[in-house]
Design a protein around this ligand. Structure first.
Ligand code: 13P
Ligand code: SF4
Length: 309
């Protein structure tokens, strides 16, 4: 029986590798990682690291973003099939047609997109910096936002913009049950509802706080509440409980399922065994055509700049 924690730590030191994990990974992967963060934090750390190998425990677009920013590093992901339904809802060929049909528009894309879609984009955003970046454009600017219609609608409502939205969505965040959330609220009347802006507006309407994965996490530490109803991928509960051992976190369940919580099947393809094998064998590796990478990096660097303004 392999001691995965010991072997992963040994290989990491030997190979001068850094393990980065998104909050939606399982707790064991988060615990063995050097960096745990949301999409923005992972991109920022990938741009800054001096490690020779980056193992990105998350989904494919996160590995691609790391490779776009750190082309001389070897970027590995534990399971090459860890895609993203939201990124897949925006195929580059169709998106190119859409962008060409609106030539006077500035294109803002969520980081949950392929490198090919980023290459068609003027500025990338994550859920953490989206509001700040959108508000840097004039109120009457002609903007396209892709691919998440729920996040786009939410941004339009809080920024007073009227961005043209691509009709995409995340299969996890679309699935939260309004009925079951209402029942949970009745059972926990003092518990604030925390929701990720990729959720449908019917869920966001019931939320006390809407924010990115990082913002929801910070809220749980800052709030005096004892119990929280959490409407985002349930992997985040691991870090919430770690930071707040005396508080209770109740995952909001999906629609027609006997399951009590809502997991991203793509994120959950990664396991400790696959992480160990990927570090040992240095595969699967993210490779991006250099000409495509050059076009995709511009909007990502612009995001990093605008985040700090
Ligand atoms: P964050 O920007 O909160 O990390 O969201 C990423 C994601 O995939 C949400 O489903
Ligand atoms: Fe993509 Fe949704 Fe999974 Fe996030 S939770 S990685 S948006 S499918």
């Amino acid at each position: 029986m392999i001691d995965y924690i010991a072997e992963i730590n040994r290989l990491k030191r030997e190979k001068h590798a850094i393990i980065m994990a998104h909050y939606y990974q399982t707790g064991d992967i988060q615990d063995v990682a050097d960096v745990v963060g949301d999409s923005l934090a992972l991109a920022q750390r990938a741009a800054a690291t001096d490690a020779e190998i980056i193992v990105l425990c998350g989904v494919h677009f996160m590995g691609e973003t790391a490779k776009i920013l750190s082309p001389t590093k070897k970027v590995l992901i534990p399971d090459v099939n860890a895609g993203c339904s939201l990124a897949e809802s925006c195929p580059a060929e169709r998106f190119e047609t859409f962008v060409k049909a609106h030539p006077e528009h500035t294109v803002i894309s969520y980081v949950n997109t392929s490198a090919a879609v980023k290459a068609l984009t003027d500025v990338v955003v994550t859920s953490t910096n989206a509001r700040k970046i959108v508000e840097q454009f004039p109120r009457d600017a002609k903007l396209i936002f892709a691919p998440d219609r729920n996040l786009g609608n939410y941004l339009n409502s809080i920024t007073g913009r009227n961005m043209l939205l691509w009709d995409g969505a995340c299969h996890v965040h679309e699935q939260f049950s309004v009925e079951r959330l209402v029942a949970l609220k009745a059972a926990h009347p003092d518990a604030p509802v925390l929701a990720h802006p990729e959720c449908k507006s019917a869920v966001l309407t019931l939320a006390d706080f809407i924010g990115s994965t990082q913002a929801l996490l910070d809220y749980t530490s800052e709030s005096a509440a004892q119990t929280f109803l959490v409407a985002t991928e349930s992997g985040i509960l691991h870090e919430m409980a770690k930071r707040n051992p005396d508080k209770n976190f109740v995952p909001v369940p999906p629609n027609d399922s006997s399951c009590a919580c809502n997991e991203c099947s793509f994120m959950r393809l990664n396991t400790m065994e696959k992480l160990y094998l990927c570090l040992r064998d240095e595969t699967p590796e993210i490779i991006i055509n250099e000409e495509l990478r050059q076009r995709a990096i511009r909007p990502v660097l612009r995001m990093l700049e605008m985040t700090n303004l």
